[in-house]
Design a protein around this ligand. Sequence first.
Ligand SMILES: *Cc1c(COP(=O)(O)O)cnc(C)c1O
Length: 526
Amino acid sequence: MSMKSEGRPTKMDSNIDMSGQQTIQTHTGNRALMVDEPLIFEIGSSDRSGVDFPEAPEAQSRLGGLDRTEAMDIPGLSEAEAVRHYTRLSRQNYAIDVGLFPLGSCTMKHNPRLNEKIARLKGFADIHPLQPVDSVQGALEVIYQLAEWLKALTGMPAVAMSPKAGAHGELCGILAIRSALEARGDAREVILVPESAHGTNPATAAFAGYKVENIPANAAGRVDLAALKARLGPDVAGVMITNPNTCGLFEPDMKAISDAVHEAGGLVYCDGANFNAIVGRVRPGDLGIDAMHINLHKTFSTPHGGGGPGSGPVVFSEALAPYAPLPFVEKDGSHFYLVEEETAEEHHAGSFGRMTAFHGQMGMFTRALTYILSHGADGLKQVAEDAVLNANYILRSLEDVLDAPFAASGPCMHEALFSDKGFSDGVTTLDLAKGMIDEGYHPMTMYFPLVVHGAMLIEPTETESKAAIDQFIGALRSVAERAKAGDEALKSAPHFAPRRRLDETQAARKPILVWKEPAPQAEAAE
Ligand SMILES: *Cc1c(COP(=O)(O)O)cnc(C)c1O
């Protein structure tokens, strides 16, 4: 069996240099400290333990004969072995705390430690959603204050705090749009989504039962306003527009788009995941938007990645506010309380229900509010300005070596977009991305947006220093030059990572999630 096909390193793999030549043999097959960590089942044994348990007393069974009679075969390790196993595993993971994380559209910014300190305070971390409201006044005040900030920053009159991710927020917004249209007896069936929208937008509309129709992008990478206007009509429930869009460009026609959609009786959803580029500078409410989610885990620096906790509050216009989901935190004098089904007052009576069982991601709310308060309104404005400056610095520093399809139409927003035009025949964006792993970087977003061939989308965020960005630019320049020169070694990169090229389709579709003792003959064959 070829180990390579599983993407596992072999002794050979870890000993080749960039030109593919075999060099030094090591006893372990490891390269320096980059350990190929075995599974815990392979290193532990069921007769070992990190703890000395007292001899169990002869127990009186209370399980009516269902007691376990055999050992559970859980691997045992000493404390030191367990700590090292998990620490070594953690070192195989790329994280924002390890280096610059250029993943476009994801806003992988530094997570200030102050946020963590505040989120760990007992009054925030050790509470339960079913506690009496009188015992969690401080937590409710955090939700209330954060909601006030989000409304002020977006210029919108209402916000639903409970959605737990960007895509979850999209669903929340679309369900509110549907409720509003149904309430006026005008259920419509089409949602228009421009080509430059994030992939979750058409997925959300389809999930909510709408027919999705595409609106083309124009040559400048923006929504084709004329094409959009031509398609509007009595069957169109609304549009979903990502602004700034996934080409890293602001949609200058946003107000005209909103006006046209409203005139045709539809509603406007804006994907606000890229809010980091405009926070403090642009209020989406001024652009006629009816609903927009904000990714707290992007713009407001709460940690994300690896499917970790997200939070996607949705701001609403006057037209949609009555349909927003419950619950809401409201204030009576200095007392905070929850508006729930039993207490929904007149202005929440149209609510479509709940997005989640409770109020949302408390830990993310605390971190986001800490971030907002530590920056203040002026500081947040500077966040957007610096994020845009950093992205433009990358765009202009690399446009001589990488094709930048929209660079001629002016500065970008928070992310720089390049294409694979000019790469040597047979070298792809994927090869370049794998080459960046050998340089010690997590790759940029690839093959997205779809409107650009072999796209590479790079978002440095405002939290990187000029020195860090220069080092990244240097690495990318060198890999891009190798891609143009047709360097063969690039096609088999990464050479220095604990895993080589994985079969990405199989890895996603047929992941092996259960460990099984390898058959003894496999060992003999090796
Ligand atoms: C990240 C992102 C989303 C989805 O947000 P999740 O929190 O990952 O669900 C939607 N749209 C855009 C533009 C994004 O960047």
